[in-house]
Design a protein around this ligand. Structure first.
Ligand code: PEP
Ligand code: MG
Length: 573
């Protein structure tokens, strides 16, 4: 058995097809001056060939994966149209007298290094795009094959890594699942696999070294494990699990329009989606989201060279609010800093960026940025049901200061005769332990809480959420985390307010019964997790959930808690 990262759920059993990366030998020898024109011409031809190939792939992807996913290839085409990138390669050939493939390889490497050195996961993924385009150009220069994967039978693909264009070129009817050496939860392979609903396990380190063509593979995308040529008993067990899982997904599809209420109908909660851009609304609605519990607005500020204007922000917020109406949209104000930097915004170099000048702290230090955003949100609030949420609040003074800026924005709009929702609710993310411990104090200042467990866990347990060496300590079911969550929910209810959760834990099915039983009012998660969480909620009585929560809160070890929940759920089913 090999353990990797569960990138896309589902179970498959099939024959392995190992993708060997084709050897690309770059010509590193210097070229003669009189050959410069020849190399520039080869480069230009390779770029044109790459464009044609990518256009074809993009069309295929549009048909098979939808316009959203096909946009990756739009981004690749844009790299090929970028005059700065192309001029840089051409100048290298001319000035350094190196071959077209060598020049392309060096320029691409330079860009990839820059993007990879950024701490932001999103930017790191952009490095993969540039690398993918670069490899295509080089293969075209060298006359190597850029064809996709053609299989005569259904296979499980085993590869070092899969680029977006590899994935898009595949014959989907023939691909059962993916297993890769590289990749993380946010890698393109993972994203593509999830949207194709193909099971995938990534980050297996050396699966390509351990598997041979034709080996029988079991891939468990739910647990993130694979088995190579397993014994008969494991195969049998997995055939049964696969059937159960297929049946389970079928049932889930039927839940889309049903409420998230307990089986005894004594408790109903709201299941919402986390989104990053207006494009994500489609997936939210398809999975039955009852609202948006977290709109991460920082994406509006990224991938550009200046702050977005009030008008631009107003349009993005209005689009989401209108498309989701009459559902509620919680718009989080800018959460930049930590692992997310903006190239155009001067930020101090920090020893501990996650404990530094980020989110509401930065916005209170640059109030004009916050006010522009709040004006955009307020204006959009006239078109539906919007709420505002401040990130990284550590104490009540920050809420008061942010609200003072919000009031200024309201007064300005009133004076300008621009309408907005006068009753718009204002809440905070509870993601710093000090906020969770003093939730009773903060409850006086806000209309609602949303628990940001991604950060709350890292700060409570002192475990950097980005550091793979200590990821075994990153434990949502740690008693300290559970107690803080319970404290926040209780404090809000005492004050007549409500509490949601928008960290990943809200979509973690091993925590659903506990959170429901603790009285959490709203669960906001990746849209595709909503049906599974809803199924659990609908299978429990509120009393059963409360008992599970109570038991969990009395236990010492996360592992025991996880087993207890599993056993209790098995009894109920
Ligand atoms: C969180 O910290 O739980 C959260 C939802 O915010 P982000 O992941 O954007 O920090
Ligand atoms: Mg956070």
């Amino acid at each position: 058995m090999l353990k990797g990262i569960a990138a896309s759920p589902g179970i498959e059993i099939g024959k392995a097809h190992v993708i060997e990366s084709e050897q690309v030998n770059i010509n590193t020898a210097a070229i003669a001056k009189e050959d410069i024109d020849k190399h520039v011409k080869t480069l230009k031809e390779a770029i044109n060939a790459s464009k044609l190939q990518l256009k074809r792939i993009k069309e295929k992807a549009e048909k098979e994966l939808g316009a959203d996913k096909a946009e990756i290839f739009g981004a690749h085409l844009m790299v090929l149209e970028d005059p700065v990138f192309l001029d840089e390669i051409e100048s290298k050939i001319k000035n350094e007298l190196i071959s077209a493939d060598n020049a392309t390889s060096q320029v691409v490497k330079n860009y990839v290094d820059i993007f990879n050195n950024m701490e932001d996961e999103y930017m790191k993924e952009r490095a993969a795009d540039i690398k993918d385009v670069g490899e295509r150009i080089i293969k075209n220069i060298l006359g190597l094959s850029t064809d996709g994967f053609i299989f005569s039978e259904k296979v499980i693909i085993v590869a070092r890594d899969l680029t977006p264009s590899d994935t898009a070129q595949m014959d989907k009817d023939k691909v059962l699942a993916f297993a890769t050496d590289m990749g993380g939860r946010t890698s393109h392979t993972a994203i593509m696999a999830r949207s194709l609903e193909i099971p995938a396990v990534v980050g297996l380190v050396d699966v390509t070294g351990k598997v041979q063509d034709g080996d029988i593979i079991v891939i468990d995308g739910n647990k993130g494990v694979i088995y190579i040529n397993p014994e008969q008993s494991i195969l049998k067990e997995y055939e049964r699990l696969k059937q159960d899982y297929t049946e389970y997904r079928k049932q889930l599809r039927g839940l889309k329009d049903l409420p998230a209420e307990t089986s005894d109908k004594t408790r109903q909660v709201e299941l919402s989606a986390n989104i990053g851009t207006p494009k994500d609304v489609k997936g939210a609605l398809e999975n039955g989201a009852e609202g948006v519990g977290l709109y991460r607005t920082e994406f509006l500020y990224m991938d550009r060279d200046a702050l977005p204007s009030e008008e631009e922000q107003f349009n993005a917020y209005k689009e989401v609010i209108e498309k989701m109406a009459p559902r509620s949209i919680i718009i989080r104000t800018l959460d930049i800093g930590g692992d997310k930097k903006l190239p155009y915004l001067a930020m101090p170099d920090e020893l501990n960026p996650f404990l530094g000048y980020r989110a509401i702290r930065m916005c209170l230090g640059k109030p004009q940025i916050l006010k522009t955003q709040l004006r955009g949100i307020l204006r959009a609030s006239a078109y539906g049901n919007a709420k505002i949420m401040y990130p990284m609040v550590s104490g009540s003074e920050e809420v008061r200061r942010a609200n003072a800026i919000l009031n200024e924005a309201k007064q300005e709009l009133k004076a300008e005769g621009i309408s907005f929702d006068e009753n718009l609710e204002v809440g905070i993310m509870v993601e710093i332990p000090s906020a969770a411990v003093t939730a009773d104090i903060l409850a006086k200042e806000v209309d609602f809480f949303s628990i940001g467990t991604n950060d709350l866990i890292q700060y409570t347990l002192a475990v950097d959420r980005m550091n793979e060496h200590i990821s075994y300590l990153y434990e949502p079911l740690h008693p300290a985390v559970l107690r803080l969550i319970k404290n926040v929910i209780d404090a809000s209810h005492k004050a007549g307010k409500w509490t949601g959760m928008c960290g990943e834990m809200a979509g973690d099915t091993s925590a659903t019964a506990i959170l429901l039983g603790m009285g959490l009012d709203e669960f906001s998660m990746s849209a595709s997790s909503i049906p599974q969480v809803k199924k659990i909620i609908r299978s429990l009585t509120y009393k059963e959930a409360r008992q599970i929560a109570q038991k969990a809160l009395s236990m010492d070890k996360p592992e025991d808690i996880r087993n207890m929940v599993e056993q209790e759920m098995a009894k109920i089913r």
